[in-house]
Design a protein. Structure first.
Length: 163
């Protein structure tokens, strides 16, 4: 023993049981289940993780507790400053969702380019009807990306040339 007092446990509030269950127990961390509805299970938290899609209004529940940091699960922070208690730090989830969001956007662009809406819409009504749509390799495509997407895409990593 060094003679120093033991450091207090890090107090973390998580909004769902699946997040609590996903973390390994640690001697230095005390986990609380709180989705920002109902009374807080403690008066003080070092970190509060709000619900994924709870909206910024849910952060009003933090007025009744002492919080060091709010770790959002979202990339955005619009409207947070208006409801965040004074002196409370806020961290968004920049870098967490960009890849999956880009994948979804690309899938929707390809689906649109390939006429999926038309094809899916006509199948139940007109059996045996066929249709065609241009494919990317037969056309040209340009990508412009900003923000985190732009930082992740290197020049030349997405290229399509007409055949």
């Amino acid at each position: 023993m060094s003679g120093l007092p033991a450091s207090p446990k890090l107090r973390v509030s998580l909004p769902s049981q699946n997040l609590v269950d996903a973390l390994e127990p640690s001697a230095g961390v005390e986990l609380f289940l709180w989705d920002l509805t109902g009374p807080a299970p403690a008066e003080q938290f070092d970190i509060v993780v709000p619900p994924y899609m709870g909206g910024v209004g849910a952060l009003a529940a933090l007025d009744s507790v002492d919080v060091g940091l709010v770790q959002s699960q979202l990339i955005g922070y619009d409207g947070v400053e208006a409801v965040l208690p004074a002196g409370c730090l806020f961290a968004n989830a920049a870098g967490v969702h960009e890849t999956s969001t880009a994948e979804l956007a690309l899938g929707m662009i390809i689906a649109s380019q390939r006429g999926s809406r038309t094809l899916c819409g006509m199948r139940p009504r007109e059996p045996g009807t066929t249709a065609s749509a241009p494919a990317w390799p037969t056309g040209a495509c340009s990508w412009w990306a900003t923000g985190e997407w732009g930082r992740r895409l290197r020049p030349g990593c997405c290229r399509s040339r007409p055949r």
